[in-house]
Design a protein around this ligand. Sequence first.
Ligand code: CO8
Length: 261
Amino acid sequence: MGYENILLERDEGIAILTFNRPKALNALNAVTIRELDAALDEVAADTSIRALVLTGAGEKAFVAGADITEIRALPSPLAGVDMCRRGQAVFFKLEKLDKPVIVAINGFALGGGCELAMAGDIRIAADTARLGQPEINLGILPGYGGTQRLPRLVGKGAAKLLIYTGDMVTAAEALRIGLVDKVVPAAEVLEAAKALAKQLAGKAPLALALCKRSIELGVEIDLERACAIEAENFGVCCATEDKAEGTAAFVEKRKPIFQGR
Ligand code: CO8
């Protein structure tokens, strides 16, 4: 299907979703949020897509936040709540996608853009990227999960420093605090994300989905129940053809070919 503010391309078992509104530094307006929602359904339903890359159009920004003109025009507090909820629901859909999501942070990842990146699985940043939660400077707070995902990712102190000051950090500092997982030269960021996505596309898709579910569910609950979930998911894997293929390939000293069954 065609979109106005995003591009969705397929390439050798992976999909690349580009936020494409460069005149507003790819800021997330209502249309973009709706299109992201639809694109995630498209990616989820397409079994030929085994990993997803997110990136931003142009060299300047990944996503510079929610669209401030829309926030400015909010008519009431409840409309603000609704706007948050709509975005949060889509970000949960992204976080729960049963396929790995690699975020290529090619420039500014601010506010809703940083929150979007945090809902992905692995973040690779250009060395020129700048990240932050500048909402405080607009008299608001992060509303797309930032007050929750950021402290879970980097710890309370580092999260409070970013959220209270609204200051941006460099890619190197983001790596140091654990906000991103890798930093590469700007010219290589998309290729690095695609290469990782293609590597993951060759893994057993059901096992990968169950790794993701185990981690996402498990980190929110106590260790014993979390390990019980891990054991159940391990059992599910034992019923797959991919498990038979992976273990057989090891014994036969050949490369496994996983079918996602
Ligand atoms: N929304 C709308 N337009 C934007 C945004 C944005 N977030 N960011 C940039 N733009 C527009 C600018 O207005 C400008 O448009 P125009 O050319 O028509 O004037 C164009 O993009 C280029 O931007 P600049 O000229 O400002 O470029 P600079 O290189 O001078 O600065 C910055 C780049 C530093 C990134 C600057 O654009 C900036 O500070 N942007 C805003 C960053 C920000 O505050 N982001 C947080 C937004 S709030 C948010 O994300 C809340 C999330 C939760 C929402 C919950 C629902 C209510």
